[in-house]
Structure formats: structure tokens, C-alpha cells
Design a protein around this ligand. Sequence first.
Ligand code: X90
Length: 275
Amino acid sequence: MKYVADSSCDFATFPGIDFSMVPLTISTDEREFIDGADLNVDEMLSYLENHKGRSYTACPSTDAWLQAFGDAKEIFAITITSGLSGTYNSANIAKDMYLSDHPDAKIHIIDSLSTGPGMYLLLEKLVEFEKAGLSFEEMCTRIEEYKDGNHLYFGLQSINNLAKNGRVNKILASAIGMLGISILGTASKEGTIESVAKCRGDKRLIKDTLREMKAVGYHGGKVRINNVVNPAISDALKAAVLAEFPKADVLCYPSFGLTGYYAERNGFILGCECQ
Ligand code: X90
């Protein structure tokens, strides 16, 4: 089995499986950053914070997907939400091209309707399904069910890059930007950004995140948390989860460039199982 995900998943390798990551890019008119494990996110953010001109991102090309598919017989690919990116679409174009050259191959492209840690949970579950001996078709059905039971939350100190690139509405964007105010958001059922609360200070943000998780049914399942060059925020979230659910499996790790660019410095994205 071949597994592929775009770089918004925040990892480039995955233990024990044949995995490839397909990068998105972050650009200004002068520089291009190719997302991945080798990208220095802190340096990129500093450059962008001092950059006067526009910045933007681009989804992977169909060619990049095709390269990642290699010549595998069975492929699962996971993409960032189609509600915010053309990545899912480019993966599907690649799928059709691949199938016309490899008519016996099986490919399932999963629209995560999420990103980062939400994609991490999906890959872990697929690997679990494969180890349990599920067929390709069973994996396709079961992963969609699993996806429905997960939730994504994010805490952002700035949504400038989201607003500049038209991924949140301008009214929401102007509502924050005040010092010390973070926005707590969640992924809607359609895979778009939904604002939950405005929070003053990290303590409040962490408390509200946990409250929201519990309100949608979180009761001790797996949690995956990235952070944008701010390990303290994901560590504090982990501690808060463990204080109420001591047996929970919680992992914290740094973001790559795409999620770092949009979640911005000090931000976090948290994915959790709620079933
Ligand atoms: O195709 C492209 O150029 C990539 C566009 C990505 C746009 C948004 C990425 C947002 C990542 C922000 C919080 C998480 C929101 C997830 C909601 C489903 C980080």
C-alpha cells in the first residue's frame, strides 16, 4: 500500500509504511518556499513579517502527485480541505491520469475537510486498518466514517494571511489583530473556517478549546497538536487534556510551512477523536 499526503499534514516520513509527502509552496514575488521537513519555518515567517509585498500559496501540481504515486497498485492520498484549497482537485486530476495509465490500480483520494493534525489522525487510522487486514474497499468506507467523528480546532493570534488570501471574510479579520487576542476556530462540516470565540490570553484560549472539544463529544480519544514555532502552547494544551483525561494519547509537534504560514506565529491546530 502506498500512502501520500500533501505537506499541510506537517510530516514528511511516517514509520513503517511507504509514504510520500507532496509539497505546497509559499511565495512572494521575490522568493519561493517549498514546504517540507527542510524548510526553516521560523526564518520564513520572519522574512514574510518584514516583507512589504504580497504573499500567497499554491497547491501541488498534478505532476507532483503522479510522481508520488510512483507505480503503486493501491494508493491512499489525503489532502487538505477542498473548502480552502485546490489541492484535492489537483489530486483527483492526477488520479484520473494515473488510472488511464494503470487501469488495474486502486486510488482513493480523501478530502480531509481538515488539515494538519486532522490529516495525521486519518493516516494513523488507515495504517491501523491495513494492519488489521481490512480490504482496500473496507478501508475506503471506514475512513470516511472515522473522519466524520473527528474535530479540528485552531488558535490563531493573527489571521492576516488567511484574510489576504481570501480564506476568511474581512469582517472576521478586522475583529482580531488586537494585542493579546486570539481567535479560536473550528473546521465546519464543509471544511471551511468557522469562528468559535475570541480569547484574551493563552489561559483562556486553552480553557475554551477544551470546553469546545468536550461540547462536541471529546472524552479521552487521540489528540494531535501542531504549533507554529511555539511548543509552549501545544504543551499547555496537552497538559490541559491530560489533567481531565489522564489516559489520552496526545502528541505535540512543530508545524511545517503551509500550516505555519496560515496559522501564523504562535498559532496551533488541534485534531481530536470524538467518537
Ligand atoms: O491551495 C493553497 O494554496 C492552500 C490554501 C490553504 C488555505 C488555508 C489553510 C489553513 C491552515 C489555518 C487553520 C486551519 C483551518 C482548517 C479549516 C478546515 C491553517
